[in-house]
Design a protein. Structure first.
Length: 277
């Protein structure tokens, strides 16, 4: 993991320096992804002197564990603020319902929260000549656990990592970078993020993201299914849609594999489509 971390820090540092970026702006939920991104950006600051501005933008659907974890992760930031956006969210939700004459669903309400947060972060970045740090990973990208125009930033430190790799990177950072007594809060932040059940923080997923797609399984197993699926390509997808068995795993039941792949196919629209004319 050291080589992977060093490469990420180097690429991000070079990008910021080349483009004369003044600061990094990061929304911190306290979850594994934003905490790892905060730790990476802290390493970038040590290398470049470009500051990390962290914001915990909490709403009524955020659990107390998430709130306390976000505050701990603020240790990685040069400046950190904890802001309650619930009144802003309630106003926006009510406006949307009145203007559209449609009652919002749980998913729509969750998306409103994600987009309000991103609106805030981009406003800060624009005013301070900074960039917004994207906290997405490959597993979420393919399974759709992100909001269009809500969870996408300017540059993604962990965008090429699978969720299982994000956990390994968090463990590496915790055990090799932040064991010293002076870094006790940073150590606690990483430990806390590793122990929390990943959710969207928007009140949409009940019981965690993993529980929705592969109950009783691990991210390592989900990632193996996704990697195998991507290797099959278009021919494999056509065979799957015909009902042919295309993938078998000794430790993952067929129903779980089907549930994962069906979700990947169902949210293809989120990943975008460029038409060839």
């Amino acid at each position: 993991m050291k080589e992977r971390l060093d490469k990420i820090v180097s690429i991000l540092s070079d990008y910021l320096t080349k483009n004369k970026i003044k600061c990094m702006v990061l929304g911190i939920s306290g979850g594994i992804d934003s905490t790892v991104c905060a730790a990476i950006c802290h390493e970038v600051f040590n290398k470049t002197g470009i500051e990390l501005l962290g914001y915990s933008l909490m709403c009524n659907t955020n659990e107390s564990d998430e709130r306390s974890a976000a505050i701990l992760a603020g240790e990685f930031c040069n400046k950190f603020e904890n802001i309650d956006i619930n009144s802003w969210y309630e106003f926006s939700k009510n406006f949307m319902e009145i203007a559209s004459k449609t009652e919002t669903t749980d998913l729509a309400r969750g998306n409103i929260k994600a987009r309000l947060r991103m609106n805030f972060l981009y406003n800060v970045a624009g005013c301070k000549k900074g960039i917004v740090i994207d906290t997405g990973n490959l597993t979420e990208y393919y399974t759709g656990f992100w909001t269009i125009h809500g969870d996408v930033g300017d540059i993604s430190p962990i965008g090429k990592l699978w969720k299982s790799e994000v956990y390994k990177l968090a463990e590496y950072l915790r055990d090799h970078h932040y064991l010293q007594p002076l870094n006790n809060k940073a150590y606690q932040a990483l430990s806390k993020s590793i122990s929390l059940t990943p959710t969207d923080g928007n009140g949409v997923s009940k019981g965690g993201d993993l529980e929705q797609i592969a109950p009783g399984h691990t991210y390592e197993q989900v990632d193996r299914v996704l990697k195998a699926w991507l290797k099959l390509g278009n021919d494999g997808e056509r065979a799957y849609l015909r009902g042919e068995p295309v993938m078998l795993f000794n430790d993952i039941d067929k129903e779980t594999v089907k549930k994962i792949i069906d979700r990947v196919i169902a949210i293809e629209y989120k990943r975008g489509l460029i038409l060839t004319l």
